[in-house]
Write a protein that binds this ligand. Structure first.
Ligand code: NAP
Length: 474
């Protein structure tokens, strides 16, 4: 068991007495793999005080120096990629091979990306007679979930530090071990005391204390829409900047002229990535009414290719879900879909064959899903695909937009311009056109109840900057 019963505050590892311990559970063995401390409001105060004390000097540190440190962090993470992948596969359940590239590799790359963005960024510009300065937002609290835990931390910490902000990070207690490796790497890289601080514990305890702390200037949160709303309300008391990356229920519109063989197979794979625990997963596949049978056959065959098994040995294309709670939640949604009258094409709410231990769920496809069904409206966050049909393009767009969420989406057509025209009418923060690739430099984030603000690339960097105008006499 890894010892994570400590916080990283002001450049020191501290282990205050009297804090409860929270078990971190291995997703495949269901055994405890580590323990973290249940941080209390007084721990939040110490961490925020450290970040606040370090803020001015870090903001005044030349950008080239900040960027050099971030590059060292990137190198440090890359040097520990195998270890990170093992930890992430165990606490999250993603197969080791994929975890190394996605869960560990992406955040390592992101520290380097933000070092380069900061180096190239124009922090001052002239607007008429005014000199406009772009200054760090200040002390940032970063609160993150468990599904891509290190990526979500890096997507906040790297741009915040690059911009000259100091950070207090609170990862999800469900998958926090990777964050300890990040803190060790920060320490080894020589990031000054107080610039990056790590605490753990429950959201309702230490999380709320961080969000309400007076010296905190900004809260950057990724997680559920319900908690995002709560954080907005709390942060409003001191009028903090709030950046929210929340849930999603993204539509994958396959237009009549698309290459169905490719679109359906890729759509299933996108939905099932990370066992469906991806906020931007294309979970609603929208297909022309007359293609229903063909699509269902293609989706069934594609879904049944998704074997499930031990993530540590790459024993399946999919690993378990993150926790017992998540497994039970997803199985309930599968049962709900059956009860609502959707057609169960493959999968189901029982355990996958031969897997009695680990938080496994059967990859599941529903057809004949109507837009008002619960499984078409709510975020399931498991390997569950809903197939819906439409009569014409306008109806497809209306169904896609019939959601409280507005995170991501996908449009397939042999005619790229037609797909782009449809994508322009979808109310989300990003969309994939055919098999468009993920781009680390492009903005990512949601509209409607999927969030406020953007992460990644220059847009994500700018979230951590404030503008100040100096009006000159000429
Ligand atoms: P969650 O329950 O909202 O928790 C996210 C984080 O918030 C955790 O660190 C949690 O701490 C903390 N928290 C909970 N209540 C809090 C409170 N009252 N005050 C302050 N912090 C609080 O989400 P999750 O279950 O971990 O993650 C899954 C959700 O994240 C899904 O809805 C998914 O769509 C969303 N997500 C969105 C994006 C995006 O970029 N849009 C990306 C990934 C995931 P504890 O867990 O320690 O209590």
């Amino acid at each position: 068991m890894r010892n994570c019963r400590k916080f990283y505050i002001n450049g020191e590892w501290v282990a205050p007495a009297g804090r409860g311990a929270i078990d971190v559970i291995h997703a495949a063995t269901e055994a405890p793999m580590a323990q973290v401390l249940a941080g209390q409001p007084e721990d939040a105060s110490l961490a925020v005080a450290a970040a606040s004390a370090a803020q001015a000097e870090w903001a005044a540190t030349p950008v080239a120096e900040r960027a050099a440190l971030l590059q060292k962090v990137s190198d440090g993470l890359n040097a520990r990629l195998d270890e990170l992948a093992e930890v992430l596969a165990a606490e999250m359940g993603m197969p080791l091979g994929l975890a190394k590239g996605i869960q560990a590799g992406l955040p390592a790359a992101n520290f380097s990306v933000f070092a380069n963005i900061a180096k190239a960024y124009e922090f001052e510009s002239k607007v008429g007679n005014s000199l406009v300065l772009r200054e760090p937002a200040g002390v940032v609290v970063a609160i993150t979930p468990w599904n891509y835990p290190l990526h979500q931390l890096a997507a906040k910490v790297a741009p915040a530090l690059a911009a000259g902000c100091t950070v207090v990070a609170k990862p999800s207690e469900v998958a926090p071990v990777n964050a300890f490796i990040l803190a060790e790497v920060m320490d080894a890289a020589g990031v000054p005391p107080g610039v990056f601080n790590l605490v753990t514990g429950y959201g309702a305890e230490i999380g709320e204390a961080l969000v309400t702390a007076a010296e905190v200037d900004m809260v950057s949160f990724t997680g559920s829409t319900a908690v995002g709303k709560r954080i907005s309300v709390l942060a409003a008391q001191t009028v903090k900047r709030v950046h929210l990356e929340l849930g999603g229920k993204s539509a994958n519109i396959i237009l009549p002229d698309a290459d169905f063989g490719k679109a359906v197979v890729k759509g299933v794979a996108g939905c099932f990535l990370n066992s469906g625990q991806t906020c931007s997963a294309p979970t609603r596949m929208l297909v022309p009414e007359n293609m229903r049978d063909e699509v269902v056959a293609l989706a069934k065959a594609a879904a049944e290719e998704f074997t499930v098994g031990d993530p540590m040995t790459n024993g399946g294309k999919l690993g378990p879900l993150v926790s017992a709670e998540q497994r039970s939640r997803v199985r309930k949604y599968i049962q709900k879909g059956i009860d609502e009258g959707a057609t169960l094409v493959t999968g189901g709410s029982d355990a996958p064959e031969g897997l009695t231990q680990g938080f496994y769920v059967r990859p599941t496809v529903f057809a004949d899903v109507s837009p008002e069904m619960v499984i078409a409206q709510e975020e399931i966050f498991g390997p569950v695909l809903c197939i819906l049909t439409y009569r014409d393009e306008d109806e497809a767009i209306a169904i896609a937009n019939d959601s409280p969420y507005g995170l991501s989406g996908q449009v397939w057509s042999q005619d790229e311009n037609r797909a782009i025209a449809v994508a322009r009418r979808i109310e989300t923060g990003d969309l994939y056109i055919n098999d468009g690739r993920y781009n680390l430099m492009a903005p990512f984030g949601g509209r409607k109840q999927s969030g406020v603000g953007r992460e990644m690339g220059v847009h994500g960097f700018e979230e951590f900057l404030e503008s100040k105008a100096l009006h000159l006499s000429s």
